[in-house]
Design a protein around this ligand. Structure first.
Ligand code: AVJ
Length: 324
């Protein structure tokens, strides 16, 4: 039976304790966006969020990729090396894989080794002809390289394309986003393309509903970070003393997630004390929204050309092909 190749580059996992303590020590307290997925409950909550009517993002991206898979595959061309940041979602990537014309290989890259390998095995068992090279690594790290020794015995590669789905790019600010795109250009050695899912600017009311859902799942998702800190870092956050606040900032074009302190209070984490004033926030995520023009500009800044954009009927979400 065909097996995926597993290439373990031993990514260093984030030091939760260090990240929490340093984030809470800043004058504007903050957490990195990966914290939402720190435990199974957080990941499960996100799965629930994706099923909400109000949270259009995931469903819309899947829809765009499925409806346009033939056209996207034609743009990617024959014998394409499909690299993916994050181990893929079956609904997003498999339709594309099916549409591709004799792909050279599919390379999912993820920091979560177990999850990645399970996904890679599932993909090979579904597509026995496909070369799958799963790379356990942190693609955001400066030092990250493709395992070129594993690629040398592949048939001719006509195009290298990095798939970056889920609007994860939106977590980064403009400077960081450009840096990641430039890094990606270097990864494919100045020749190739990216296929990126990006959430579009739209009526802020729609955005507000997506991040302030009526069932309060996003609020739980945000507050769950505090539960994780309580459990793992011997902390005493009282979840009733914080609330979820997620406004759209039209100047910066982003939804911001915050945890706001309801009162003045002192919280102890791993023996260290942190003071909160009434109304003070911990900034837990940014989710940037772009217009097609913004995407064009961003691409150009990083040395890419926006060649093609696919959107849904309501222009909620976009899938973009950026070429070097
Ligand atoms: C996983 C980064 C796409 O920005 O919509 C959902 C995560 N945060 N609800 C997003 C998220 C709050 C999210 N991404």
């Amino acid at each position: 039976m065909n097996q995926p190749i597993l290439c373990d580059l031993q990514p260093t996992l984030i030091d939760f304790r260090h990240e929490v303590l340093s984030g809470l020590s800043l004058s504007q307290k903050q957490f990195p966006p990966q914290f939402f997925f720190h435990d199974k409950y957080g990941s499960d909550l996100f799965t629930q969020i994706c099923k909400l009517e109000e949270y259009y993002i995931t469903r819309t991206e899947i829809d765009i990729l499925q409806k346009n898979s033939q056209e996207i595959a034609a743009v990617l061309g024959k014998s394409c090396l499909l690299i993916e940041y994050g181990s893929g979602s079956i609904e997003k990537v498999h339709p594309l894989i099916e549409a591709l014309d004799s792909p050279a290989a599919y390379i999912p890259i993820d920091i979560a080794r177990e999850h990645l390998f399970t996904y890679a095995e599932l993909t090979t068992s579904k597509y026995p002809e496909l070369n799958v090279i799963a790379v356990a690594a942190d693609y955001t790290q400066k030092e990250f390289r493709l395992p070129n020794e594993k690629l040398s015995n592949l048939a001719n590669i006509e195009n290298k394309v990095i798939l970056f789905a889920g609007s994860t790019l939106g977590n980064l600010n403009r400077i960081e986003a450009i840096a990641l795109l430039r890094k990606s250009a270097a990864l494919i050695e100045g020749k190739g393309a990216m296929l990126i899912g990006i959430d579009l600017k739209k009526d802020p009311t729609v955005l507000h509903a997506a991040y302030n859902d009526s069932q309060g799942l996003t609020a739980q998702f945000n507050l769950n970070i505090l539960s994780n800190i309580n459990r793992e870092l011997d902390a005493d956050f009282d979840l009733d003393n914080f609330y979820h606040y997620a406004p759209y900032n039209p100047v910066l074009g982003r939804i911001e997630l915050h945890l706001i302190s309801k009162l003045s209070q002192i919280v102890t984490v791993s023996g260290q004390q942190f003071t909160f004033r009434e109304g003070e926030s911990i900034h837990s995520e940014n989710s940037h929204k772009y217009s097609i023009e913004d995407i064009q500009e961003l691409s150009a800044e990083a040395g890419f050309m926006l060649k093609e954009t696919w959107v849904d009927d309501h222009k909620l979400f976009s899938v973009n092909y950026l070429e070097l």
